[in-house]
Design a protein. Structure first.
Length: 404
């Protein structure tokens, strides 16, 4: 099927020996053999590349380009299918904004296109080209690109007691995972993730419970999370717990129970954040609303978990605004490679900045992901890169530090 793929990238300046002309000559031959049209725009700093051809040729070629050390900062912007080619010539054509004016480049690109102007005016591909040509040229690439050699991870033992043994009658365990602010080198809170006594996942733990008991047990087990938090000595750190919203609605006096247990283990309600997932909030919103009021009145914080994984999206924030919003791992993973993910996260950052909602990016596994998100204005992170959840305790934390 006819596929169009657009990406932006930069020349790897550390490969000094490569010239742009040589790359284009080679690409011209390779693309011709594959029946691919390449339109390359360059402004002296970054590239915009359009590849058009059969899907079986374009996608493997793009994978090779991504692996090619001469390119850096390759970000996919668009992948789409269409009924006809926009450009006839196979091979590679360079449009160089260092040589020609934006106006003449745009005219030349349109001349190369075999589509009528009414087909190009609303076409996303041409809009990408037009925006690239008319935007101000980025000043420099320095500081905008991640380079793995510039960073290293430094392990540090968390300032909490080591893992605790199981207590008598303990119905479940908790694995604690810190949420960190690497720019400040500090732990901002610790999330308590439920585990079975065999160490099994939350899913397995809840599967073994009959459906009428789930909410009660979900709520009551949180007392063990508070108890463990006190025992490991969380001090004035915050603790985040996960709850099904219905555990607050269906169990009588649920909020009172939480407030009592928080006090019993010498924590403050302001130290506690309850995380609920986006979909659960929406499906039981009316009933949940009164529970939210009670939580707020008690001083307990609220976070939307897995934001972006559900169907509500940003419109959820018109209904209620949490203290914290945690962006789902699905959006975070490989964000440094994906234009659509980057655009979505930028809009979440802008929205949460206006509404003074603290953002957390979860599921960070790569330095590249952290670096992109930190540059986009996110300060708080949770993920295996920084710390793995540890049973009944808090494990090592790995801080990214500039390599000297
Ligand atoms: P969650 O609240 O979004 O918790 C984060 C999950 O992602 C945890 O899985 C954690 O181990 C995992 N995780 C953290 N960093 C990374 C990473 O870098 N990469 C990957 N691949 N995974 C990462 P876990 O512990 O299996 O929990 C799954 C879900 O179960 C939680 O997702 C939460 O929604 C739910 N849950 C946990 N404890 C409770 C609880 O006490 N009550 C209720 N109702 N739900 C709970
Ligand atoms: Mn959570
Ligand atoms: Mn989550």
């Amino acid at each position: 099927m006819l596929t169009t793929l657009i990406y932006r990238s930069q020349l790897n300046t550390s490969c000094k020996s490569i010239g742009l002309e040589a790359i284009i000559e080679k690409a011209k031959r390779r693309n011709s053999e594959l029946g691919i049209t390449g339109i390359l725009l360059f402004n002296g700093v970054d590239f915009l590349q359009i590849l058009e051809g059969a899907e079986e040729s374009v996608i493997p070629l793009f994978h090779r380009i991504r692996e090619d050390k001469r390119h850096q900062g390759v970000v996919e912007l668009m992948r789409d299918y269409g009924p006809r080619r926009r450009f006839d010539n196979v091979g590679m054509i360079l449009f160089d904004l260092r040589v020609d004016t934006p106006r003449s480049v745009l005219e030349r690109v349109l001349r190369y296109s075999k589509l009528d102007s009414y087909l190009t005016s609303d076409d996303r591909v041409f809009k990408f080209i037009q925006t690239y040509i008319t935007r101000p040229k980025p000043q420099t690439i320095k500081g905008t690109l991640f380079s793995s050699g510039d960073w290293q991870l430094e392990a540090e033992q968390a300032p909490f007691d080591k893992s605790l043994p199981l207590q008598p009658n303990q119905p479940c365990q908790f694995a604690f995972q810190p949420i960190v602010e690497p720019s400040e080198g500090k732990i901002t809170s610790i999330e308590a993730l439920i585990r079975g006594n065999d160490g099994g996942s939350p899913e397995q733990f809840f599967k073994a419970i009959s459906s009428e008991d789930i909410y009660k047990i979900d709520l009551e087990t949180k007392a063990w999370a508070f108890s463990l938090a006190e025992k490991i000595g969380i001090g004035d750190h915050k603790i985040a717990i996960n709850l099904l919203p219905m555990s607050l609605v269906n169990v009588p006096d649920a909020v009172e129970f939480l407030v009592d247990q928080i006090g019993k283990y010498h924590l403050l309600p302001e130290q506690v954040v309850i995380e609920v997932t986006e979909n659960e909030i929406i499906s039981g919103f009316h009933q949940f609303h009164s529970a939210i009021k009670q939580l707020r009145a008690a001083g307990i914080g609220l976070a939307i978990d897995d934001f972006g994984s559900g169907y509500a999206g940003l419109s959820l924030l018109t209904r209620f605004q949490p203290d914290k919003l945690k962006i789902d791992r699905e959006i975070i993973s490989n964000i440094h490679l994906s234009g659509p993910k980057q655009a979505i996260v930028k809009s979440i950052v802008s929205c949460c900045t206006d509404l003074e909602i603290t953002l957390v990016a979860e599921g960070i596994e790569k330095l590249e992901e952290w670096y992109w998100l930190e540059s986009a204005g996110i300060k708080r992170f949770q993920g295996f890169l920084f710390a793995r959840p540890q049973l009944n305790g808090v494990g090592q934390i790995h801080w990214p530090r500039p390599a000297c």
